[in-house]
Design a binder for this molecule. Sequence first.
Ligand SMILES: C[S@@+](CC[C@H](N)C(=O)[O-])C[C@H]1O[C@@H](n2cnc3c(N)ncnc32)[C@H](O)[C@@H]1O
Ligand code: SF4
Length: 325
Amino acid sequence: MQLIDPYKRRIEYVRLSVTDRCDLRCGYCMPRGFTDFAVPEHWLSIDEIQRVIGVFGRLGVTRIRLTGGEPLVRKNLPELAMRLAVLPGIEDLSLSTNATRLAKHAQALRQAGITRINVSLDSLHADRFKQITQGKLEKVMTGLMAAKQAGFQPIKINMVVIAGVNDDEVEDMVEFCIENRFTLRFIETMPMGVPGREASEHYVDLQEVRKRLEQRFELLPGVMPGGGPARYVRVAGSELRIGFITPISQHFCATCNRVRLSVDGTLYLCLGQDDKVELRPLLRSGAIDAELEQAILSAIARKPERHEFREKPEQQIRFMSMTGG
Ligand SMILES: C[S@@+](CC[C@H](N)C(=O)[O-])C[C@H]1O[C@@H](n2cnc3c(N)ncnc32)[C@H](O)[C@@H]1O
Ligand code: SF4
């Protein structure tokens, strides 16, 4: 069975937010002092998540990414990962994290079946890192080194490029990733929620970043297996691949293959639109799997064609932390 949306796109990827909470407060993602989180009674339990992802697996979904908020603030994440990794149809289980708690959990997550990992890192300077995220760079670095030791492959660094804040660090980040054999992805700021809209005032067009990098590095055409929306180049004389994620300057909606499930069981059909279907009421009212399948199929039939960040800048979209990018 396959999930095909009205625009003939095959949906084979679910981004699963296991919590909307986070131990950091990146300025573009979550407002400082924000407390309006999903209430614990609404969090899908590990059993409920396993069941829904099992249904997605039967509907042809092959890839799951655990995200948040910060997924590692959710208790028992390795146990959840272990249960999802063995579900029929699920071939690829990955994680997006800020890495503050990775040092403790890297080994267990790797053993649980997570192979690929993305880590947010917007600055290599502790003071700037603190200014952007309110957190400690040192913890992230320790987490990253633990991830290397645990054998995740690839480890991708995600850097949101923000004008006047960290855009002078793109070359340093390239050097850092070459040295550590990480993959690097630059991301354009998206106007998600109030923080994302405010941060978009410091938007940087990644086409400009690419031109700047070309003055110092030789960039060759590159591909990345399972690379998703990023457009990749390779840096000559190194193993480094650099991806440019350009939702604003060059959107990639025509090849969208994903939907997002939030911690309270809401299925969001597009990152930049609020179309959604609540699966929690079904899960908690004794619905059988065939009913869940039907709800997912009719949701996919309503997947929007694309986001309209540029055309409708006034549109109020949820914070990024609710669905994890
Ligand atoms: C919401 S986080 C969730 C996972 C984890 N906490 C992390 O930081 O990797 C996922 C990704 O979304 C990115 N992000 C958050 N808000 C954004 C925004 N307004 N524009 C672009 N990227 C954003 C983050 O930088 C991060 O790479
Ligand atoms: S980007 Fe990730 S680490 Fe930063 S506040 Fe959002 S969820 Fe937390």
